[in-house]
Ligand binder design. Structure first.
Ligand SMILES: [Zn+2]
Ligand SMILES: [Zn+2]
Length: 359
């Protein structure tokens, strides 16, 4: 029996509609890992979906090949912490460093990894979905997948680097060019970050939502124009703003039943639609609407190596701002009531709720 066997609090998913705040053994870092004292982890819509409708992405059909873990797992994939100890062969971070967790690990050996498409790796391991994540007092993670935070990014802002990385990945995949007209449908957390990443790439961005609160925030975060999609003339407004042609790129981040169809229809002939949402509905769609006007439709999920470091730089340089997206900070003890259950409320008045075990 180990003398220093200690217990910590963690929020784990055990299955559909089954999350529990419980006491589990503190993790011990492997040779190439660091142990983090978690400062803040934000709750993502994916966590809510896994809890209510999952397990979908949560590892549940055998252990993940990289982590060796499966449910029950500690949730939380948007994570910041302080390095508390390091394994014997761990390099790149030191005790006391403030870090953000690069939550995506890939095998490096499969067909996809070898051709540079790590986001489609067969063995992909994501902290909080296929390995224990950040809704706990401590976690361990390979040091190679920890990024040191510059002084200009606070421990509270840092978890938002993860959804910002998803946005940067989508913008990189879109092939945007300086001066392009871009429309972002959906001004939730990922939408507002996608909008900012497109602006950082030199595009003119029109933000679209149905919620006035989100439209107001889009304006204050730099949207060049905004449209309320519940207006009857929303598409005409978009055409007016783009010389009657339509946007070069439409990014869909709302994930609603009709929004992917709308995104394709609103893209100009020869333009590109980027689908960033995760879709539960299966709308009917006439594919001739893609063929005739030669549109390109691409999907974007997670991130590739290098996307997170680029995102840290964009935030540090003030080209993307995340602090406006923090709606509340809640201690780990209240994570279910004031975090997960609040996210379920119909008001949809929160962007990100931070759970703070020690921040
Ligand atoms: Zn997420
Ligand atoms: Zn792979």
């Amino acid at each position: 029996m180990c003398d220093n066997f200690r217990i910590m609090k963690a929020l784990r998913i055990h299955g559909n509609k089954d999350i529990r705040l419980e006491d589990i053994p503190e993790p011990v870092p492997g040779d190439d890992e660091a142990r983090l004292r978690i400062t803040n982890t934000s709750i993502c819509a994916t966590d809510i979906e896994e809890w209510q409708f999952g397990p979908l992405w949560t590892q549940h059909d055998g252990p993940n090949p990289i982590s060796g873990q499966e449910m029950p797992l500690v949730l939380g994939h948007e994570i910041s912490g302080h390095v508390e100890s390091v394994g014997s062969s761990s390099t790149g971070v030191s005790i006391g460093d403030r870090v953000v967790v690069n939550n995506v690990r890939t095998c490096g050996r499969c067909f996809w990894c070898r051709r540079g498409s790590q986001a489609t790796c067969n063995s992909m391991c994501v902290a909080g979905l296929s390995a224990d994540g950040g809704l706990a007092e401590y976690m361990t993670w390979p040091s190679s997948h920890l990024i040191k935070l510059p002084d200009s990014i606070s421990d509270r802002e840092a978890p938002l680097i993860e959804p910002a990385t998803v946005a940067v990945h989508a913008v990189r995949r879109s092939g945007v060019k300086v001066g392009d007209n871009v429309t972002v449908i959906g001004c939730g957390t990922v939408g507002l970050l996608t909008m900012q990443a497109f602006r950082a790439a030199g595009a003119r961005v029109i933000a679209v939502d149905v919620r006035e609160q989100s439209i107001t925030l889009a304006k204050s975060l730099g949207a060049d124009e905004t449209i309320n999609a519940s207006d009857a003339g929303a598409h005409d407004q978009l055409l007016d703003l783009t010389d009657g042609i339509g946007p070069d790129i439409v990014a869909e981040t709302a994930g609603a039943a009709e929004t992917p169809k709308m995104a394709i229809q609103w893209t100009r002939p020869g333009g590109t639609t980027v689908l960033v949402g995760i879709y539960s509905a299966t709308p009917k769609f006439d594919f001739n609407e893609i063929v005739g006007p030669e549109k390109t439709v691409i999907g974007s999920v997670a991130a590739s190596p290098g996307d997170m470091a680029a995102t840290v730089q964009l935030i540090a340089d003030g080209k993307m701002s995340v602090k406006e997206l923090i709606s509340a900070v809640v201690p780990l003890d209240n994570a279910i009531k004031d975090g997960f259950e609040r996210m379920l409320r119909p008001e949809k008045d929160v962007f990100r709720i931070l759970i703070s075990p020690s921040g």
